[in-house]
Design a protein around this ligand. Structure first.
Ligand code: C2E
Ligand code: CA
Ligand code: CA
Ligand code: CA
Length: 278
């Protein structure tokens, strides 16, 4: 945006337009959101389609700001990345999620795996594996119960991604490729990665069964997973028909509104603990 200076020159002043000012305000609020206790995690169940049993949960961050209201993660995660706050936020998320699984267990709900999203910027410095190691040690969570989700684009756009991923793998944690099919990872590269799970992006699931191309892509990803001996999770499953489609084509695991929206930890406990008992 341009603003006219006193002397009549056009000055580039990004913070002077509406978006810039709004962004600056949000930045200030975001930096204080953790200490002001405005950040929470919600958890979305992941299930075995055939048995209906809980196989894991994905942690999804939520920000409720008294000033801004509910801000969706697609707005504040990129901002956190830009302003160098993602390291702090990501560390908080990781620690909170691992702590939560241990809490649920004490309360009588066993959640086999906890999935945590990683941002590309968290790979920037070599401090990620030490952080993960410390959180596992502090919480006592078994490493194989932590599944870190990274997107293909993060892997392809991060220098030394393979090395960082190998460092994480050496700790015994699992890795999943998120939004699979939307990025550019070459299959040869995929073969080198110590990854255990592919998550079929919601965009290929949402129009099943109407869109035959999407069906073909989903089937191809399941086949690829089979060939490379990887688990496959269908994301964004909203209908029983979509779940049946996945199961029919050999994908046993799903996540989506059909099984539950992301919810507060107490709600997950109530829903799934009672389910276990019954
Ligand atoms: P994602 O990792 O692909 O997460 C799945 C998103 O799809 C979530 O949106 C979830 O609420 C939504 N979803 C799940 N099932 C369904 C469904 O059946 N139908 C529809 N329409 N949507 C469904 P959410 O929570 O708004 O998160 C958006 C994105 O923000 C995430 O996409 C992830 O990329 C990012 N994100 C969320 N939490 C974190 C975090 O703690 N760290 C990082 N780095 N990124 C995060
Ligand atoms: Ca994810
Ligand atoms: Ca995803
Ligand atoms: Ca996504």
């Amino acid at each position: 945006a341009k603003a006219r200076g006193r002397n009549g020159y056009q000055l580039y002043a990004p913070s002077m337009d509406g978006d810039g000012a709004e962004r600056l305000r949000m930045e200030g609020l975001l930096r204080r959101a953790i200490e002001r206790d405005e950040i929470r995690l919600h958890y979305q169940p992941q299930v075995d389609i055939e048995t209906g049993r809980l196989t894991g949960a994905e942690a999804l961050v939520r920000w409720h700001s008294p000033e801004l209201g509910h801000v969706p993660p697609v707005r504040f995660i990129p901002l956190a990345e830009d302003i160098g706050f993602i390291g702090q936020l990501g560390a908080w998320v990781l620690e909170e999620a691992c702590r939560q699984v241990v809490c649920w267990e004490a309360a009588g709900l066993y959640v086999p795996k906890i999935a945590v999203n990683l941002s590309g910027r968290q790979f920037d410095r070599g401090s990620l594996a030490p952080l993960v190691a410390r959180v596992l040690a502090d919480t006592g969570l078994a490493p194989q119960r932590l599944q870190l989700e990274v997107t293909e684009s993060v892997i392809m756009n991060t220098a030394d991604a393979l090395q960082y991923i190998n460092d994480l793998h050496a700790l015994g944690v699992e890795l999943a490729i998120d939004d699979f099919g939307t990025g550019y990872s070459s299959l040869a590269y995929l073969k080198q990665l110590p990854v255990q799970t592919l998550k079929i992006d919601r965009s290929f699931i949402k129009d099943i069964p109407a869109d035959k191309d999407d069906e073909a892509i989903a089937i191809a990803i399941v086949q690829l997973g089979k060939s490379l001996d990887l688990a496959v999770i269908g994301e964004g499953v909203e209908t029983a028909e979509q779940a049946a489609f996945l199961l029919r084509h050999g994908c046993r695991r799903a996540q989506g509104y059909l099984y539950g929206r992301p919810m507060a930890p107490g709600e997950l406990l109530d829903t799934w603990r009672e389910d276990d008992a019954g």
